[in-house]
Design a protein. Structure first.
Length: 56
């Protein structure tokens, strides 16, 4: 397992959501944006849950 410094794990959770959000803006796919926000929050929550469940 790699050592993580600070909140670097959060970038791994939020960067895919940010990429799809920006893709929706770039492609003017306005109906895609609310779904990306919901899925991004869920994806970050899954990462937080795994982080808390991982042994120290």
């Amino acid at each position: 397992m790699t050592e993580e410094i600070g909140f670097s794990w959060l970038a791994g959770a939020s960067l895919p959501a940010a990429a799809f959000f920006l893709l929706g803006i770039y492609g003017r796919a306005w109906r895609m944006l609310p779904g990306v926000v919901v899925l991004g929050i869920g994806h970050t929550g899954v990462h937080l849950g795994c982080r808390r469940a991982a042994p120290a």
